[in-house]
Design a protein around this ligand. Structure first.
Ligand code: HSE
Length: 315
């Protein structure tokens, strides 16, 4: 039997929502898991890069053995029903650039879990898959929208479960994703964060998370401009993303721009704006990064409202 699952890229944090807000984007990885017939062949993982920007990095850096995150996720699912994965061939067709803050690891974890769950006859429901995916990924903000699509809020509960909801994103607001050519591994980007933060910084983010939810609910652009700020992770990561501070400063003077934030752990930058003036936004980012010799892909995208989808299932 063979199952393929298409999983969207995701952007996490969205300013104030460190480790809790995430949103699906229309760029995809496809994970295929096939039960192989030959006993003793073990688990084989192959990665096929499908675009230039992902190319070298995908092939070099997704570990292709049983220690990879996808294997860990699949193994946890099998273990949850008292089994172990044996003869499996896993193939990842990768379009999501790796180590750019666009949820590439979340997409392979989710794709692997959903495909394996289909192979096993669906023993796990959505919440159980999300809980395993979060255990492997370490935080729920990318895996939740990768599974259910759209804009999501999630929290890790004391019993290991994940509370999560989808939130409707105002159609009037668009996303410009600026993807630099260089990579930044999430563990490096998390290593610069402090273990503790000042109380006033925690309060600052709590205030803005509240504002974020109300701004979305009422489509209030002025409130969104207040909400799209952060003191829990971005200030510490600025030094890892040359140009971010300058780009954000320049974009403050553009009326239609609601905010400029780090996408996940970076180095991609997410700009949220009303639907016009994209060329101006792109030229501001290009100008700053060109001065710093940073090549980048800058794309305007809608939100992907669908989460992971099972594409094919063959016996
Ligand atoms: N919330 C995570 C972070 C997303 O900012 O580190 C990256 O996986």
């Amino acid at each position: 039997m063979k199952v393929s699952v298409k999983v969207p890229a995701t952007t996490a944090n969205l300013g104030p929502g460190f480790d809790c807000l995430g949103m699906a984007l229309p760029i995809y990885n496809t994970v295929t898991i096939e039960e192989t017939v030959l006993p003793g062949t073990g688990v084989e993982i192959n990665v096929i890069a499908e675009n230039d920007s992902a190319d070298e990095f995908s092939l070099e850096h997704i570990p292709m053995d049983e220690n990879s995150i996808i294997y860990k996720a699949v193994e946890l699912l099998y273990n949850s029903i008292g089994q172990s994965p044996t003869e499996l061939k896993i193939t990842i067709h990768s379009q999501i650039p790796i180590a750019r803050g666009l949820g590439s690891s979340a997409s392979v974890i989710v794709g692997g879990l959903i495909a394996a769950n289909e192979l096993l006859g669906k023993p796990a429901d959505e919440a159980a898959l999300l809980s395993i995916a979060t255990e492997v990924e370490g935080h729920p903000d990318n895996v939740t929208p990768a599974i259910i699509g759209g804009l999501t809020i999630s929290s890790s509960e004391d019993d290991g479960s994940i509370a999560y909801r989808k939130i409707e994103w105002p159609e009037e607001w668009t996303l410009t994703v600026c993807i630099p050519e260089y990579e930044l591994a999430t563990d490096i980007s998390r290593s610069v964060l402090p273990k503790e933060v000042p109380m006033q910084d925690a309060v600052y983010n709590a205030q803005r998370m509240g504002m974020f939810m109300q701004a979305i609910h009422t489509k209030d652009s002025e409130l969104m401009k207040i909400a799209l700020k952060d003191k829990l992770h971005q200030p510490y990561r600025m030094k890892l993303v040359p140009g971010l501070e300058k780009i954000a400063e320049k974009l403050k003077h553009e009326d239609n721009v609601l905010g400029c934030v780090l996408s996940g752990a970076g180095p991609s930058i997410l700009i949220i704006s009303e639907k016009n003036n994209f060329d101006k936004i792109k030229s501001i980012v290009r100008e700053v990064w060109t001065d710093l010799n940073v090549k980048a892909e800058i794309i305007t995208l809608p939100v992907e409202n669908n989460g992971a989808q099972v594409l094919t299932q063959e016996d």
